[in-house]
Design a protein around this ligand. Sequence first.
Ligand code: BMA
Length: 364
Amino acid sequence: MKRLPIIISIAIFTAIMACSSSKTAADTEESSPKEALRARLQSVADSGKTIFGMHDATVYGHTWKWEEGRSDVKDVCGDYPGVCNWDLGWVERGRQVELDSVPFDMIRRQVAANHKRGGINTFSWHLHNPKTMGSAWDTVSCVKEIVTPGTPLNDTMRVWIGRAADMIASMKDEKGNAIPVVFRPWHEHTGKWFWWGHAEPEDFKALFRMTREVFDEKGVDNVLWAYSPDRVDSSEKFFECYPGDEYIDILGTDLYDFTPDDPEGYKALVRRQLGYAAEHAKKTGQLVALTECGANDVPNPDWWDQVLAEAVKGTGVCYLTVWRNAWDIPEQVYGVYPGHPAEKSFLRMKSDPSILFCSDLNNY
Ligand code: BMA
C-alpha cells in the first residue's frame, strides 16, 4: 500500500481520534446525570470531607410545616444541608402524599430547588407490607412470596416498584432534564422492625435485584443505588444480604446514637461499621456513606462537633444524613433548631472545613 505523506497521515489520525473519542460509550456514561453525581460524591470523598444531610429538611421543622424552602438548619447556621433525603412511602399505593403527609408535588419542587442550588437528593422508602397492607413496620412475612415469579405478591410488588421508579423519574430540573438521585430501598434490613428485615438472605438479594430490574425495564437511570444495613457485629453480617457490586453504587449504613453517655462508644461503632464498607469499597471503587444517623433530641450539647463530626473523620464517608425534626411528633428531633441546647455545637460543626453544607458544594 502506498504511503501517505507524514503530515497528511497525522492530520487524518488526529481527525479520527477526535471523532471517535467524542462518541465513546464511556464518554456518554460519564456525562449522564447519574455519572455526574457519582463524580461529585467521589471528589468529596477524595478530598477527605463529608457532606451534612437531613431528612425532609426544607418542608417542615420542629415547630413549623409546609413552608417550602425554610429549614431549621438554615435558621441556625445560614446554610442548607448539602444532602436532602425524601421518602417514597405510600407512592406504592398511588397516594399524593407520603407517609408523613408531605405531598409528592412538594417533594418534586424541593428536589429541583435543592438540585438548583447545588445540593444532592436521596430517597428512602417506607412502603406498606403488600401481604397485609399494614405499614412498613408490619412484620408479617412476605418476601419469599414477593420474589417468587407468578405469585400475586410478585405482581403487586412489580407494580409498586414501578410506581417508585415513575416517581423518581419525575424528578426534573427546570429544563426538563432528569435530576440524579440516590435511592436506598430496603434499608436497615439487618434489624427486625421492617417486614423486609425478616427475609432469608437469598430472598432479600432477589428483592433488591428485582427492584433494579423494574427500574431498568422502565429505563429509569437517574439513580445511584445504596445498600444500608443497620448495626451488625461483623463484615460477614454486613454483606450477608448484599445483592452484588453490579447492583450497588454506595455502601451505606444506618447508625443511631442510643448511648448519649458514651460518646466514645458511638464513635467506635461508626468507625468499625464504616470500616466494613470502606474495606470493600477500596477494592471496587464504590462510595461509602453514613446513610442515616442521629441522636434523638441530641441530649449531649457537644454532640455535633465532638461526636458526629469526629466519628466520620478519616472514614472516607462522602455524606451523612440525620433524620427529621418531626412536625407531627415534637419529641422527634434529630437535627437542630434555634434555641436547641446543642445549637452551639452545631455551629462549631458548621465551621469545621471537613463538614460540607450546601453552599460548599459549588466547589464539587
Ligand atoms: C421514623 C419516624 C416516623 C416516620 C418514619 C418515616 O423513623 O420518624 O415518625 O413516620 O420514620 O419517615
